[in-house]
Write a protein that binds this ligand. Sequence first.
Ligand code: FES
Length: 216
Amino acid sequence: MSVTDPQPPAPDAPGDAAQEALRDRIAADSLTTRRDYLRIVATVSGGLAVGGVAVASGILHRHGDSEGAPEVKKIADRIERGESLAFRYPGEEDRAIAVRMEDGTLAGYSAVCTHLACAVLWRNDRGSEGELYCPCHEGIFDARTGEVTAGPPPRGLPKVILVEQVDGSVWAIGTARSGESALEGFCRQNGDDRPGCPGFGAGGPGRKATERSERT
Ligand code: FES
Protein backbone atom coordinates (compact mmCIF):
# COMPACT_ATOMS: atom_id res chain seq x y z
CA MET A 1 0.00 0.00 0.00
CA SER A 2 1.23 3.44 -0.66
CA VAL A 3 -0.18 6.91 -0.43
CA THR A 4 1.89 9.27 -2.41
CA ASP A 5 2.00 13.02 -2.63
CA PRO A 6 -0.05 14.86 -5.19
CA GLN A 7 1.61 15.18 -8.51
CA PRO A 8 1.73 18.45 -10.40
CA PRO A 9 -0.42 18.80 -13.49
CA ALA A 10 1.15 17.33 -16.55
CA PRO A 11 3.04 19.95 -18.53
CA ASP A 12 1.18 18.90 -21.58
CA ALA A 13 -2.23 19.11 -19.90
CA PRO A 14 -4.84 19.75 -22.54
CA GLY A 15 -6.28 23.18 -23.15
CA ASP A 16 -9.97 23.98 -23.36
CA ALA A 17 -10.50 22.66 -26.85
CA ALA A 18 -8.49 19.56 -26.14
CA GLN A 19 -10.37 19.00 -22.86
CA GLU A 20 -13.64 19.26 -24.69
CA ALA A 21 -12.49 16.76 -27.25
CA LEU A 22 -11.15 14.52 -24.52
CA ARG A 23 -14.47 14.46 -22.67
CA ASP A 24 -16.31 13.59 -25.83
CA ARG A 25 -13.80 10.93 -26.62
CA ILE A 26 -14.02 9.48 -23.14
CA ALA A 27 -17.78 9.24 -23.30
CA ALA A 28 -17.73 7.79 -26.77
CA ASP A 29 -15.08 5.26 -25.91
CA SER A 30 -16.65 4.03 -22.74
CA LEU A 31 -20.18 3.88 -23.90
CA THR A 32 -19.83 2.87 -27.49
CA THR A 33 -16.65 1.57 -29.05
CA ARG A 34 -13.82 1.59 -26.47
CA ARG A 35 -11.40 1.39 -29.34
CA ASP A 36 -8.97 4.20 -29.50
CA TYR A 37 -6.28 5.50 -27.29
CA LEU A 38 -8.36 6.07 -24.22
CA ARG A 39 -9.28 2.98 -22.30
CA ILE A 40 -11.59 3.22 -19.37
CA VAL A 41 -10.60 0.74 -16.78
CA ALA A 42 -12.88 1.74 -14.00
CA THR A 43 -14.66 4.49 -12.37
CA VAL A 44 -16.71 4.13 -9.36
CA SER A 45 -19.93 2.86 -7.96
CA GLY A 46 -22.73 1.03 -9.63
CA GLY A 47 -20.62 -0.55 -12.29
CA LEU A 48 -21.14 2.40 -14.56
CA ALA A 49 -18.15 3.39 -16.58
CA VAL A 50 -18.29 6.91 -17.87
CA GLY A 51 -15.26 6.81 -19.83
CA GLY A 52 -13.81 4.75 -17.50
CA VAL A 53 -17.34 12.09 -6.36
CA ALA A 54 -21.89 14.44 1.55
CA VAL A 55 -21.91 17.04 2.56
CA ALA A 56 -20.86 17.65 6.08
CA SER A 57 -19.33 20.98 5.28
CA GLY A 58 -18.89 23.57 2.59
CA ILE A 59 -15.64 21.91 1.55
CA LEU A 60 -17.46 18.71 0.72
CA HIS A 61 -19.92 20.51 -1.46
CA ARG A 62 -17.23 21.29 -3.94
CA HIS A 63 -16.56 17.69 -4.67
CA GLY A 64 -19.87 16.87 -6.21
CA ASP A 65 -21.95 19.95 -6.39
CA SER A 66 -20.21 21.81 -9.14
CA GLU A 67 -22.60 22.25 -12.02
CA GLY A 68 -19.85 23.09 -14.45
CA ALA A 69 -17.39 20.61 -15.81
CA PRO A 70 -14.17 20.43 -13.80
CA GLU A 71 -10.92 20.50 -15.68
CA VAL A 72 -9.48 17.31 -17.02
CA LYS A 73 -6.37 16.66 -14.95
CA LYS A 74 -3.62 14.10 -15.16
CA ILE A 75 -3.04 12.72 -11.67
CA ALA A 76 -0.46 9.98 -12.21
CA ASP A 77 1.71 8.29 -14.78
CA ARG A 78 0.53 4.96 -13.41
CA ILE A 79 -1.18 3.44 -10.34
CA GLU A 80 -0.31 -0.15 -9.65
CA ARG A 81 -2.53 -2.79 -8.06
CA GLY A 82 -2.82 -2.34 -4.32
CA GLU A 83 -1.62 1.24 -4.48
CA SER A 84 -3.37 4.47 -3.68
CA LEU A 85 -2.67 8.04 -4.63
CA ALA A 86 -3.57 11.24 -2.79
CA PHE A 87 -4.25 14.14 -5.08
CA ARG A 88 -6.28 17.36 -5.30
CA TYR A 89 -9.41 17.56 -7.41
CA PRO A 90 -11.42 19.32 -8.68
CA GLY A 91 -9.80 22.31 -6.95
CA GLU A 92 -6.35 22.60 -5.44
CA GLU A 93 -7.93 22.58 -1.97
CA ASP A 94 -10.04 19.51 -2.59
CA ARG A 95 -8.45 16.36 -1.21
CA ALA A 96 -9.08 13.25 -3.21
CA ILE A 97 -7.84 9.69 -3.33
CA ALA A 98 -7.46 7.13 -6.08
CA VAL A 99 -7.18 3.43 -5.31
CA ARG A 100 -6.28 0.48 -7.50
CA MET A 101 -7.74 -2.73 -6.16
CA GLU A 102 -6.07 -6.09 -6.60
CA ASP A 103 -8.42 -7.02 -9.43
CA GLY A 104 -7.30 -3.92 -11.34
CA THR A 105 -10.36 -1.81 -10.62
CA LEU A 106 -9.50 1.85 -10.35
CA ALA A 107 -11.71 4.12 -8.23
CA GLY A 108 -11.53 7.74 -7.16
CA TYR A 109 -13.21 9.56 -4.29
CA SER A 110 -13.21 12.69 -2.26
CA ALA A 111 -10.82 12.08 0.63
CA VAL A 112 -12.89 14.29 2.92
CA CYS A 113 -14.97 12.22 5.33
CA THR A 114 -18.67 12.94 5.13
CA HIS A 115 -18.91 12.91 8.92
CA LEU A 116 -16.70 15.72 10.17
CA ALA A 117 -14.32 16.17 7.26
CA CYS A 118 -11.28 14.26 8.46
CA ALA A 119 -8.94 12.82 5.86
CA VAL A 120 -9.90 9.42 4.47
CA LEU A 121 -7.13 6.87 4.05
CA TRP A 122 -6.74 3.65 2.08
CA ARG A 123 -6.11 0.38 3.93
CA ASN A 124 -5.26 -2.26 1.43
CA ASP A 125 -4.89 -5.00 4.02
CA ARG A 126 -8.46 -4.85 5.33
CA GLY A 127 -11.31 -6.97 4.07
CA SER A 128 -11.29 -8.83 0.80
CA GLU A 129 -10.26 -5.88 -1.29
CA GLY A 130 -9.19 -3.11 1.06
CA GLU A 131 -11.23 -0.26 2.47
CA LEU A 132 -11.33 3.49 2.77
CA TYR A 133 -10.92 4.42 6.38
CA CYS A 134 -11.43 7.56 8.43
CA PRO A 135 -9.37 7.37 11.62
CA CYS A 136 -11.22 10.14 13.47
CA HIS A 137 -14.28 8.06 14.41
CA GLU A 138 -13.65 4.75 12.70
CA GLY A 139 -15.67 5.51 9.62
CA ILE A 140 -15.29 2.96 6.84
CA PHE A 141 -16.28 3.22 3.20
CA ASP A 142 -16.51 0.53 0.56
CA ALA A 143 -13.55 0.91 -1.78
CA ARG A 144 -15.57 -0.20 -4.79
CA THR A 145 -18.63 1.99 -4.26
CA GLY A 146 -17.68 4.64 -1.73
CA GLU A 147 -20.72 3.72 0.36
CA VAL A 148 -20.55 3.72 4.17
CA THR A 149 -19.99 0.29 5.65
CA ALA A 150 -19.30 1.23 9.27
CA GLY A 151 -19.11 4.16 11.63
CA PRO A 152 -20.87 7.52 11.78
CA PRO A 153 -20.49 9.01 8.29
CA PRO A 154 -23.99 9.90 7.06
CA ARG A 155 -23.30 9.45 3.37
CA GLY A 156 -20.95 7.75 1.00
CA LEU A 157 -17.97 9.51 -0.41
CA PRO A 158 -18.46 11.77 -3.42
CA LYS A 159 -16.68 10.33 -6.40
CA VAL A 160 -13.91 11.46 -8.67
CA ILE A 161 -14.38 10.05 -12.15
CA LEU A 162 -11.12 8.52 -13.33
CA VAL A 163 -10.01 7.22 -16.68
CA GLU A 164 -6.84 5.54 -17.79
CA GLN A 165 -5.03 5.78 -21.06
CA VAL A 166 -3.30 2.87 -22.69
CA ASP A 167 0.05 4.25 -21.55
CA GLY A 168 -1.14 3.77 -17.97
CA SER A 169 -1.57 7.42 -17.14
CA VAL A 170 -4.56 8.22 -14.94
CA TRP A 171 -6.78 11.26 -15.45
CA ALA A 172 -9.57 12.84 -13.41
CA ILE A 173 -12.36 14.07 -15.66
CA GLY A 174 -15.20 15.00 -13.31
CA THR A 175 -17.01 14.38 -10.05
CA ALA A 176 -20.25 12.85 -8.87
CA ARG A 177 -22.19 13.46 -5.68
CA SER A 178 -22.80 10.94 -2.96
CA GLY A 179 -25.39 8.52 -4.23
CA GLU A 180 -25.03 9.73 -7.79
CA SER A 181 -23.60 7.45 -10.42
CA ALA A 182 -20.51 8.43 -12.34
CA LEU A 183 -22.57 8.62 -15.49
CA GLU A 184 -25.12 10.90 -13.86
CA GLY A 185 -22.35 13.14 -12.58
CA PHE A 186 -20.62 13.20 -15.92
CA CYS A 187 -23.78 14.10 -17.80
CA ARG A 188 -24.80 16.76 -15.26
CA GLN A 189 -21.43 18.47 -15.47
CA ASN A 190 -20.66 18.04 -19.12
CA GLY A 191 -24.07 18.26 -20.72
CA ASP A 192 -26.89 15.82 -21.15
CA ASP A 193 -26.31 15.70 -24.90
CA ARG A 194 -22.90 14.05 -24.61
CA PRO A 195 -22.50 10.56 -26.02
CA GLY A 196 -23.88 8.09 -23.53
CA CYS A 197 -26.04 10.63 -21.72
CA PRO A 198 -29.84 10.46 -21.76
CA GLY A 199 -30.20 13.46 -24.03
CA PHE A 200 -27.69 12.30 -26.62
CA GLY A 201 -29.27 12.12 -30.05
CA ALA A 202 -32.53 13.58 -28.79
CA GLY A 203 -32.44 16.59 -30.99
CA GLY A 204 -28.67 17.05 -30.75
CA PRO A 205 -27.69 17.94 -34.31
CA GLY A 206 -31.30 18.60 -35.14
CA ARG A 207 -31.71 20.91 -32.18
CA LYS A 208 -28.62 22.82 -33.18
CA ALA A 209 -29.92 23.14 -36.70
CA THR A 210 -33.20 24.46 -35.33
CA GLU A 211 -31.37 26.91 -33.13
CA ARG A 212 -29.38 28.10 -36.13
CA SER A 213 -32.49 28.57 -38.19
CA GLU A 214 -34.17 30.49 -35.39
CA ARG A 215 -31.24 32.86 -35.27
CA THR A 216 -31.43 33.57 -39.01
FE1 FES B 1 -14.68 10.58 9.67
FE2 FES B 1 -15.90 11.15 11.96
S1 FES B 1 -14.78 12.51 10.68
S2 FES B 1 -15.73 9.25 10.94
